[in-house]
Design a protein around this ligand. Structure first.
Ligand code: NDP
Length: 444
C-alpha cells in the first residue's frame, strides 16, 4: 500500500471531502507498515475497501416550523463497516454537517469501535438542521420527519444510531418514539435513550468519564497524579460537562469551558456547584457560556478558544480541528504535559505533530473518547437481555474498557525510545481487528 497513491485515488473519486481525507491520511500513514507485512491484504485490495463506506443513504427532510413555514434539510447515514458487528455511531445535527464530515466520523468510528473490543461496526449520520433557537415542538417535528426516512435503514441488529453534537437525550427520545410508531417494534435501535425506556445508567457520563480514565492511564506511565492539575477544557456540551465532573471528582482543577461564541476562564476552578449551573444553562435553558462569566465574575473571551491559557492538561471536547498548530505551540510553551481528546479529531495534523514532537502525552479521540460508544455497546447488551445494570457495574466496565484500550495503544504504539505514540497504537490495534474480520468474510 502506498499512502499517497491511495489518497490520490480517493481525492479523484470524492473531490472536496477534506475532513474525510484528513482522517484517512492520518490512519493510513500509521498502519502502512503493519499493512505491508501482509501481502494478502493488498491482494484483497483491503485498503480501498476499508476507506470507502459500505453504503451511504441521503435523503431530504421536510418539516413545518412553528410559524407554519415548510422547511427542508438534508439527512444522511453513512454505514461505513459492519465487519465486526452491526453499524454503530452517532447522529449529528449541526449546520456544518455535510457528507465529508460524516464520512470522516464514520471512518474513525470503525476503528474506535474495534478498539473497544465490543461487537460494533462503524457508522455516522445526521443533518444540517440547526437545533439552536428552535422550540421543543420544532425539534420534535424535525426528529419525526428525519426518522420517517431513516427507519428503513436501521434496526437493533443492523444499525444502531446514538447522539452526537446537537443530538442529546431530548432528540434521541423523539427519534425513538417515531421509530417505534413506524415499526411497532420496541427494540434497542438507538442508544443514549432515557432511563425509563431502555437507557443505560452512566451513558450520559460515559464519554467524559472515559476520557479522564484514559488520561489517568497515560499519566500513570509517567508516575503523575491528576490531583491538583489545572485543566483547560473546551466545549460545554455532553462530553465537556462530564469531563469536567470527573476532573472535579478526582481533585483536578478545570478552569475553562467554551461554546461556539467564546470561552470562560475561572482561575478559582469550576466546582460541582458551578458545573450544576452550566448543566442547567446548557441542557435546560440552552443558553450561552458567557452567562457563567457574568454570574461568577470571571473572564470571558469572545470568538476564541482557551488554548492560550496556562494549564497542565488540555481536554478538547467541542469539535473537529478546534486546536491548531499555533494553539499547540502555546500549550507546549506554557508547560502543558498531556492532551486527551474528548471530541473527534479536534487537533489539526500540525497540532498533533507539535504534541508528539515535544513528547507530550497525547491521546487521539478515537482512543480517549471511546467510552461513549463502549457504554452504548453495554446499553445494547442490557436491551438484549431486557434488564438494567447498576451504575457501579457499568462504570466499572467502562473503566476496565478504557484501561484495555490504553494497553492496546501501548502494545502497538510504543517506539524504540519508549515514547508511546497513541495515534499509531490506536490505529494499528483497531485496524488489525477489522482487517482480520474482513479477510475471514471474503470479498464482499
Ligand atoms: P454537544 O452538542 O453536547 O456539545 C458540543 C459543544 O461543542 C458545545 O459546547 C458547542 O457549542 C461546541 N461546538 C460545536 N461546534 C462548534 C464549533 N464549530 N466551534 C466551537 N465550538 C463548537 O456535543 P457532544 O458534547 O456530544 O460532542 C462534542 C464532541 O465529542 C464532538 O466532536 C463529538 O463527535 C464527540 N463525541 C461525542 C460523544 C458522545 O457520547 N456525545 C462520543 C464520542 C465523541 P455551541 O453550543 O455553541 O454549538
Amino acid at each position: 500500500m502506498k499512502v499517497q497513491e491511495t489518497l490520490a485515488v480517493l481525492r479523484e473519486h470524492f473531490p472536496g471531502e477534506e475532513l474525510y481525507f484528513q482522517a484517512v491520511g492520518e490512519v493510513l500513514s500509521t498502519i502502512e507498515d503493519e499493512y505491508n507485512k501482509h501481502p494478502e491484504f493488498e491482494a484483497a485490495n483491503l485498503v480501498e475497501r476499508l476507506c470507502v463506506p459500505d453504503r451511504i443513504v441521503t435523503f431530504r427532510v421536510t418539516w413545518v416550523d412553528d410559524k407554519g413555514k415548510v422547511q427542508t434539510n438534508m439527512g444522511y447515514r453513512v454505514q461505513h463497516s459492519n465487519a465486526i458487528g452491526p453499524y454503530k455511531g452517532g447522529l449529528r445535527f449541526h449546520p456544518s454537517v455535510n457528507l465529508s464530515t460524516l464520512k470522516f466520523l464514520a471512518f474513525e468510528q470503525t476503528f474506535k469501535n474495534a478498539l473497544t473490543t465490543l461487537p460494533m461496526g462503524g457508522a455516522k449520520g445526521g443533518s444540517d438542521f440547526n437545533p439552536k433557537g428552535k422550540s421543543d415542538n420544532e425539534v420534535m417535528h424535525f426528529c419525526q420527519a428525519f426518522m420517517t426516512e431513516l427507519w428503513h435503514n436501521i434496526g437493533a441488529e443492523t444499525d444502531v444510531p446514538a447522539g452526537d453534537i446537537g443530538v442529546g437525550a431530548r432528540e434521541v427520545g423523539y427519534l425513538f418514539g417515531m421509530y417505534k410508531k413506524l415499526t411497532r417494534n420496541f427494540e434497542g435501535v438507538l442508544t443514549g435513550k432515557g432511563l425509563d425506556f431502555g437507557g443505560s445508567l452512566i451513558r450520559p457520563e460515559a464519554t467524559g468519564y472515559g476520557n479522564i480514565y484514559f488520561l489517568q492511564e497515560m499519566l500513570k506511565t509517567r508516575g503523575i497524579d491528576i490531583k491538583d492539575k489545572v485543566c483547560l477544557v473546551s466545549g460545554s456540551g455532553n462530553v465537556a460537562q462530564f469531563t469536567v465532573q470527573k476532573c472535579i471528582q478526582l481533585g483536578a482543577k478545570p478552569v475553562t469551558m467554551s461554546d461556539s461564541n467564546g470561552y470562560i476562564y475561572d482561575p478559582a476552578g469550576i466546582d460541582e456547584e458551578k458545573l450544576a449551573f452550566i448543566m442547567e444553562l446548557k441542557n435546560v435553558r440552552r443558553g450561552r457560556i458567557k452567562e457563567y462569566a457574568e454570574k461568577y465574575g470571571c473572564k470571558y473571551v469572545a470568538g476564541a478558544a482557551p488554548w492560550y491559557e496556562k494549564g497542565d492538561i488540555a481536554l478538547p471536547c467541542a469539535t473537529q480541528n478546534e486546536l491548531n498548530g499555533e494553539h499547540a505551540r502555546a500549550l507546549v510553551a506554557n508547560g502543558c504535559i498531556a492532551v486527551s481528546e474528548g471530541a473527534n479529531m479536534p487537533s489539526t495534523p500540525e497540532a498533533v505533530e507539535t504534541f508528539q514532537g515535544a513528547k507530550l502525552l497525547y491521546a487521539p479521540g478515537k482512543a480517549s473518547n471511546a467510552g461513549g460508544v463502549s457504554v452504548s455497546g453495554l446499553e445494547m447488551t442490557q436491551n438484549s437481555y431486557k434488564l438494567g445494570w447498576s451504575a457501579e457495574k457499568v462504570d466499572k466496565k467502562l473503566k476496565s474498557i478504557m484501561q484495555n484500550i490504553h494497553a492496546s495503544c501501548v502494545k502497538y504504539g510504543t517506539r524504540p525510545d519508549g515514547y508511546i505514540d497513541y495515534v499509531k497504537g490506536a490505529n494499528v490495534a483497531g485496524f488489525i481487528k477489522v482487517a482480520n474480520a474482513m479477510m475471514a468474510q471474503g470479498v464482499i
